[in-house]
Design a protein around this ligand. Structure first.
Ligand SMILES: Nc1nc(=O)c2c([nH]1)NC[C@@H]1CN(c3ccc(C(=O)N[C@@H](CCC(=O)O)C(=O)O)cc3)C=[N+]21
Length: 281
């Protein structure tokens, strides 16, 4: 039976550390500030944004949420970002994704000042990540790396397989594992034999958004399995991209859903915001 890589518990530890760092910054007269922009009324996004705001308050980060109507124009969003780029109280800016169809996501993300891009989604930040220069680590893959670290798992020399090639998880995840000297394979919907690739993995990261895609027969005995997926089934159940029951009998470590990568994502956002504030002074 696998050990549970408890994201909820580790995220709480990270939040405690962040809280102390915020206190130190406040003693020097700096209050870290985060602005979150939410366009439209997607119910899931509403919940996420509320959770982020609450997490900020809990650790003493100043947070403001800009809730904009679904009909807001791209120009209005860009104007707000420009204003926040110049606001000295704001060290981090996050635009909740997805945006409504009439708004160009690329244009919006690219307009965020590089030193306030706490999501780490802007092209320049991603470029710096690939090169290995100073950057913000995107929150979800960063959270996965911290989970590995806290479980005492060093990626060096290991075979890591990342399933999924999204810009916000799969690609940066692969780069971060590579930076830690793993041998990395990225799999996706056109991969010829997904199961065979997955069976090679010492570290397997599932980030495709397909409920319970990864089953026990696809996992090597003793592998470390990180499940980034959060899928709501028609019956209301929340499951990951990993079939927990069958995989947990093979893996040495496994993250649960919920309570795995999700809470880490928010904790890393707080960490990046504090880092942005520290760099600003
Ligand atoms: N600009 C931007 N940055 C993001 O980081 C971003 C985004 N847009 N859009 C949406 C996704 C999704 N996301 C999650 C964060 C926390 C949990 C989380 O804490 N989940 C809990 C509860 C899950 C539940 O009950 O729904 C858990 O897994 O235990 C989930 C998902 C951040 N995202």
């Amino acid at each position: 039976m696998a050990n549970i890589l408890d994201g909820k518990k580790i995220a709480a530890e990270v939040r405690e550390e962040v809280k102390r760092e915020v206190e130190e910054l406040k003693a020097r007269g700096i209050t870290p500030g985060l602005a979150v922009i939410l366009v439209g009324d997607d119910p899931a996004s509403q919940v996420y944004v509320r959770n982020k705001h609450r997490a900020c308050e809990e650790v003493g980060i100043y947070s403001e949420v800009h809730r904009l109507a679904a009909s807001t124009t791209q120009e209005e969003v860009l104007q707000l970002i420009d204003q926040l780029n110049h606001d000295p109280r704001i060290h981090g800016i996050l635009v909740q994704l997805p945006l409504p169809d009439h708004i160009d996501e690329k244009k919006v993300i690219d307009s965020i000042a590089l030193d306030k891009d706490v999501d780490g989604f802007s092209p320049s930040n991603v470029g710096n990540l690939v090169i290995g220069d100073k950057c913000f680590y995107p929150c979800t893959p960063h959270g996965c790396m911290v989970l590995l670290e806290r479980a005492g798992i060093d990626p060096k020399g290991k075979k890591a397989v990342v399933v999924g090639r999204s810009n916000i998880v799969g690609k940066p995840m692969a780069m971060m594992l590579l930076a830690r000297h793993a041998t990395v394979t990225i799999c996706h919907s056109r991969t010829a034999d997904l199961a065979a690739e997955c069976r090679q993995a010492d570290i397997l990261v599932a980030a495709v958004g397909k409920p319970e895609l990864i089953t026990g027969d696809m996992v090597k005995e003793g592998a470390v399995v990180i499940d980034v997926g959060i899928n709501r089934l028609p019956d209301g159940r929340l499951v990951g991209d990993v079939h927990f029951e069958s995989v947990s009998s093979k893996a040495s470590w496994i993250t649960p859903v919920p309570g795995g990568v999700g809470p880490m994502t928010i904790a890393m956002l707080l960490k990046n915001t504090v880092e942005a504030a520290r760099r600003a002074c």
